[in-house]
Design a binder for this molecule. Structure first.
Ligand code: ADP
Ligand code: MG
Length: 256
C-alpha cells in the first residue's frame, strides 16, 4: 500500500451501508428475507472483499450500494449523503461482463460515460485511456464476439474505470473466466491498484472464492446465508502480491 492510500480520517468514508435489510417477494407471494441488518463501510485506500456462498445476498447488497435497488430498511450513504437513486460515486464490473454485442469495445466503454452526460471529446479521451490502461490497446474497434472471455472482462473493467469512479464495485468479476485468465487479471488488478495511476480510490469485491478474497483484500467481510448477515470481519496484513506459499497465508484461509 502506498502512503497516499492509507486511510486516516472519518471523512475518508466513501460508502456507508447501515443496517440494510432486503426482503424479496417470491412468485408465489412469500416473503424472502435476503439481507438482515448488514452494515458495511468502504474507505479510501482499501480493497474490501465480501465473501459468501451462492445465494447469500452478495449481489443484492452490491445493487443496494450501487443504488440500483432500494433496501427494504436501513440506509446507504455516498460521501455522507443518503442515496436517492443510482450511486453517483461508483461503477460496477459484472460477472457476466454485460457488454452490448452490437457495439465495439470503445462504444461499450463510452456508453457508461454517455449515461452520465460526459461530453463527447472527453468521453473519447477517457475511453481510450482506460482501454490502454487495461491492456486492450488496438482492440478499440473489435466487437465483443471477437474477444476471449478474459478480453471481454477487460472491456468491463475499462468501462467501469473510464468514469473514474470514487469506488469500484465488482460482482464476482473473475468467476466466469478460466483459472489462468482469472489469475492473470487478478494479478494485473493488484499491480494497478498499487500503482499511482489507478483511477479509483476504493474497491469492493464480491466473491465466493476464499483465495480471491485473501489475495486481494485489506479487509474481508463474511456474509452468512438465509438470511445474509455479516458473520465476521478479518483484516489482512500481508503485503501484495500474495501467494499461497507466503507465511501466514494458509492460516488466514483456515481462519475464514
Ligand atoms: P448471491 O449474489 O450471493 O449469489 P443474490 O443476491 O443474487 O445472491 O440472491 C440472494 C437471494 O435473493 C437468492 O435466493 C435469490 O434467488 C433472491 N433474489 C435475488 N434477486 C431477487 C429478485 N429480484 N426477486 C426475488 N428474489 C431475488
Ligand atoms: Mg451474485
Amino acid at each position: 500500500m502506498t502512503d497516499d492510500k492509507v486511510p486516516h480520517a472519518a471523512d475518508n468514508i466513501i460508502v456507508e451501508a447501515e443496517h440494510v435489510t432486503k426482503t424479496f417477494t417470491t412468485p408465489d407471494g412469500r416473503a424472502l428475507p435476503v439481507l438482515d441488518g448488514v452494515s458495511l463501510t468502504l474507505r479510501e485506500g482499501e480493497i474490501v472483499a465480501l465473501l459468501g456462498k451462492s445465494g447469500s445476498g452478495k449481489s443484492t447488497l452490491l445493487r443496494c450500494i450501487a443504488g440500483l435497488i432500494a433496501p427494504s430498511s436501513g440506509t446507504v450513504e455516498y460521501r455522507g449523503e443518503p442515496l436517492n437513486g443510482a450511486n453517483p460515486g461508483v461503477a460496477m464490473v459484472f460477472q457476466s461482463f454485460a457488454l452490448l454485442p452490437w457495439l465495439t469495445v470503445q462504444q461499450n466503454v463510452e456508453l457508461a460515460m454517455q449515461a452520465r452526460d460526459v461530453p463527447e471529446a472527453e468521453r473519447r479521451e477517457k475511453a481510450l485511456r482506460a482501454i490502454d490502461l487495461i491492456g486492450l490497446d488496438g482492440f478499440e474497434s473489435a466487437y465483443p464476439k471477437e474477444l476471449s472471455g478474459g478480453m471481454r472482462q477487460r472491456v468491463g473493467f475499462a468501462r467501469a474505470l473510464a468514469v473514474e469512479p470514487d469506488a469500484l464495485l465488482m460482482d464476482e468479476p473473475f468467476s466466469a473466466l478460466d483459472v489462468l485468465t482469472a489469475a492473470n487479471l487478478r494479478g494485473e488488478l493488484t499491480k494497478m491498484w498499487e500503482s499511482k495511476g489507478f483511477p479509483t480510490k476504493a474497491v469492493l469485491i464480491v466473491t465466493h472464492n476464499i483465495d480471491e478474497a485473501v489475495q486481494l483484500a485489506d479487509r474481508i467481510l463474511v456474509l452468512s446465508s438465509n438470511p445474509g448477515r455479516i458473520l465476521a470481519e478479518l483484516h489482512v496484513d500481508l503485503p501484495r502480491p500474495r501467494d499461497k506459499r507466503d507465511p501466514g497465508y494458509e492460516e488466514l484461509v483456515d481462519t475464514v
